[in-house]
Design a protein around this ligand. Structure first.
Ligand SMILES: [Zn+2]
Length: 303
């Protein structure tokens, strides 16, 4: 992809501020010459792409990224140990809250290969599953093999109006960091919970950067990088309150519907320090990776 001039200045999803400070930019071989600015909100400390690309450009980025992802982990993978690893992790975390249940109304938002639904079908006698997923081979698998209802909508759109029931469990795993309007999406999740229903939400933890920050940790398809504080603040603002949560390299929580409240965060200095530390730690390897990207682009131009 070429460098773009269309950049959009959006308000901070956590605190509504427009006061951002650029800390670095990210590069990736899959998006060629394109770089994306990474900034911190000076009011609350939220890390995000700012200013961000146009919707059209993001569509192109996703079209490049997702076929690679699904190629790496094909739906018909037989290795259950590997494909259910993250779902066993989920079950360890949420099982205590679902012990009495034999049936479950499940909504998986950004269902990917559908393995979350497949895994939970082994845990409950009766599952009514709905999946929001746009990847065509996954839609076939979810419908024909797992008997799930599939909603073919972009998660950033209003999908709530297409649901004909409320849900006991909503899975929104490693997806919030991709969406353009997190508040709009989370409010739809809150509205979709049945009485006593719970939402399992997971994102990467920006306070635990464990790989080259500019060329691997920051990814072309991620728009937001949450810390445990900004994550909980955002969810509370959308009426989602944690009944269990934790954080390591990922932040997870099991949320119930509650009254909306705003928990103020002021993590700017702490966050800036952490990002600068990671930039220093991975400087050499990032520079080496960027050099490789530049050479690859140059080579493409010559050939
Ligand atoms: Zn903010």
């Amino acid at each position: 992809m070429k460098r773009t001039k269309t950049l959009i200045k959006v308000r901070c999803e956590i605190c509504d501020s427009l006061n951002f400070e650029k800390v670095t930019d990210m590069r990736h071989s899959l998006i060629g010459e394109l770089s994306m600015p990474i900034a911190i909100c000076k009011t609350c400390g939220h890390v995000t792409v700012w200013p961000r690309l146009s919707d059209e450009d993001y569509k192109t980025v996703n079209e490049i990224w997702y076929p690679k992802k699904f190629q790496k982990d094909p739906i018909d993978l037989k290795d259950e140990n590997y494909k259910f690893k993250k779902w066993r992790k989920m079950w360890e975390r949420i099982e205590p809250f679902f012990l009495q249940r034999k049936s479950l109304r499940l909504l998986d938002i950004g269902a990917g290969q559908g393995w979350g639904t497949e895994f939970l079908q082994q845990k409950f006698e009766n599952i009514e599953a709905t999946a929001i997923e746009q990847w065509k081979p996954s839609q076939e698998f979810l419908k024909n093999k797992l008997g799930a209802e599939v909603i073919d909508k972009d998660i950033d759109e209003n999908w709530n109006k297409f649901l004909n029931k409320k849900y006991d469990l909503i899975i929104f795993r490693h997806t919030l960091e991709h969406v353009k309007r997190p508040v709009f999406v989370l409010e739809q999740i809150q509205k979709s919970l049945a009485k006593g229903g719970l939402a399992y939400i997971v994102v990467p933890n920006v306070e635990n950067i464990d790989k080259p920050i500019r060329t691997d940790y920051f990814r072309p398809v991620h728009l937001h990088y949450f810390s445990p504080d900004t994550f909980i603040s955002l969810l509370s603002k959308c009426g989602l309150s944690p009944i269990a949560n934790g954080f390591e390299n990922e932040i997870w929580g099991l949320f119930e519907s509650q009254e909306k409240k705003f928990i103020k965060v002021s993590n700017y200095l702490k966050q800036k320090k952490l990002i600068n530390k990671a930039l220093r730690k991975y400087k050499l390897i990032d520079e080496y990776n960027i050099l490789k990207i530049r050479l690859k682009n140059l080579f493409k131009k010559i050939v």
